[in-house]
Design a protein. Structure first.
Length: 232
């Protein structure tokens, strides 16, 4: 599995590269945001580790450019900023996960494994519920239309589809999709639920996400309308 590590702090970049290579990854290094964009546009990667504060082009600008160009490679954002608004800006820019500095190296490894899990997953290639189909290989959600999902959108919808009609509490969902790191809270879950609702609307699906933090969240499918008995 091939990763790009983009961080202008050379000692940290070298340490992350050595750690990931010892864990079996092939690693390419970049030391500013523009170099990261150029690398991704010219080469193939299974995951990207991207620092926010970099010269020439900051990490958020680099990430936005990649997403605008249709690059869907999973991105783990490294940030020294810990406020909720700053983390949400990173997610809005297209990041699949984030890791505040300073961090434990074993946590970074765990997040990389989670981020790239779908590419090596040996489970079913697709899931179906109601009128929707989720292709786990291409991250495509389809009903009347189709749309691509981000890594976290895919993992969240997959969890909901595998537990359809069964309410799941926010703590359980956060632990399954983002890991039990204590950093991601219900605000991020609400954000991604809103993303999925928009995607379900965009494919003209009858499936809905219902519930609350107190009751739990689940997928519901509106039953198809049967024949009118008066016209039978």
């Amino acid at each position: 599995m091939r990763l790009l590590v983009a961080d202008d702090t050379r000692d940290l970049n070298r340490a992350l590269t050595a750690l990931l290579e010892r864990s079996g990854y092939e690693v390419v290094s970049a030391f500013d945001g523009q170099e990261a964009v150029d690398r991704v546009l010219g080469e193939s990667f299974d995951g990207i580790i991207l620092d926010i504060m970099m010269p020439r082009k900051d990490g958020l600008s680099a990430l936005r450019e990649l997403r605008e160009r249709g690059i869907e490679t999973p991105v783990l954002l490294l940030t020294a900023k810990s406020q909720v608004d700053d983390r949400v800006r990173g997610l809005d820019a297209g990041a699949d996960d984030y890791l505040p500095k300073p961090f434990a190296l074993k946590e970074l490894l765990a997040r990389v494994r989670a981020m790239t899990k779908r590419r090596a997953d040996s489970g079913p290639s697709e899931l179906r519920f109601g009128d929707i189909r989720l292709d786990l290989g291409s991250s495509e959600l389809s009903a009347e239309n189709s749309v691509r999902l981000s890594v976290k959108e895919l993992e969240l919808l997959r969890l909901l589809m595998m537990n359809a009609d069964r309410p799941l509490g926010p703590a359980f969902i956060l632990g399954q999709v983002w890991g039990e790191d204590g950093q991601t809270g219900p605000d991020v879950l609400e954000l991604y639920l809103s993303y999925l609702r928009s995607k379900l609307d965009s494919v003209a699906s009858d499936v809905r996400i219902e519930g609350s933090d107190e009751e739990g969240w689940c997928l519901r499918s509106r039953p198809a309308l049967g024949p009118d008995p008066d016209k039978a």
